[in-house]
Design a protein around this ligand. Sequence first.
Ligand code: ADP
Ligand code: 5GP
Length: 198
Amino acid sequence: MNKGKTFIISGPSGVGKSTVLHALLEKRKNLYFSVSATTREPRPGEEDGIHYHFLNVDTFREWIAKDEFLEYAEYVGNFYGTPKRYVDAAMIEGKDVILDIEVQGAIQVTSKRPETVRIFIAPPSWGELERRLTERGTDTPDKIQKRLLRAKVEFQTAHTYDYFVINDTVENAVNELDAIMTAEHCKPQDRMEIISAK
Ligand code: ADP
Ligand code: 5GP
């Protein structure tokens, strides 16, 4: 049986991670999206348990104390974290897991699970990123500027990732992510095990 792999996708807020992942999940049925916990307010259309587990700060701190998180970080005034139990349950079922997390969280996961495959997703330009953030209409101009500043800092870490995808069109970005995941399953260490077990 193919073993599940864990993938991280990081990239600036507004680059299109949710949009691209939504399309990728349609294409790769064996892929499980890790639903994070956050203390930020839901955006219009976001549902508890589907897009995020929306928690208040006290509950988030309880989850930290109970060691529920694979990683967690503070991002532009809110906490975000990956609950361990769903990730592990999906891996046991042989599914691939994708974590949409920012760079501090990515560093924590990599130090605990070095085999994790890390993908950075970038916009075609900074101007286009600002346009997407503005057009999404979910953040105040002040929050947008904070997210853009954070994006430039995060971009400095992009060279430490395993792959770099540019979200110019959703179709291109989805095709590249799909190709990366397929290629990661063609590594000899996994494939040779399958044959030698027969
Ligand atoms: P993120 O999850 O990275 O914060 P979103 O998926 O919410 O970003 O996308 C931010 C905005 O950009 C949304 O309005 C989305 O429709 C738009 N968008 C995403 N990808 C593209 C693309 N390739 N071209 C144009 N607009 C895009
Ligand atoms: P947003 O508020 O736009 O949904 O997310 C803001 C940032 O938090 C994005 O960079 C996203 O990747 C990141 N993020 C979402 N969930 C998690 C998580 O569980 N852990 C960490 N470390 N970052 C997360």
